[in-house]
Design a protein around this ligand. Structure first.
Ligand code: ZN
Length: 105
């Protein structure tokens, strides 16, 4: 059994056991079981917009943020995560960040 940890709240899940996503109002399929943790979702630094990190996050934490294409550092920190933004693994897509910058209203 392979345990994977939500980097925000620290809950451990077995990635081989799919779960139903419990919040029907989010943009996640609730008809079919999905992975219990969403792995390698991108999170963008608030200070350096070319700095993306990869987060692994459970359904509950996902629901609290409801990220769009990626998550911002501020959204990540709103979860009171057990993993600091700066300790998150770097995204391999960092070098493409110029085509990937979030619009700021
Ligand atoms: Zn979590």
């Amino acid at each position: 059994m392979q345990k994977t940890t939500c980097l925000a709240c620290g809950i451990e899940k077995d990635m081989n056991i799919k779960e139903m996503y419990p919040y029907s109002d989010d943009s996640i399929d609730t008809e079919e079981p999905v992975s219990p943790l969403f792995k390698d979702f991108e999170c963008q630094s608030d200070t350096d917009h070319s700095d993306f990190r990869l987060v692994t996050i459970c359904h509950k934490c996902w629901h609290r943020v409801q990220p769009d294409m990626w998550m911002s550092q501020r959204e990540w920190e709103s979860l009171n995560p057990i993993t600091n933004f700066n300790d998150l693994p770097k995204s391999p897509n960092n070098q493409d960040a110029s085509t990937n910058t979030k619009e700021v209203a």
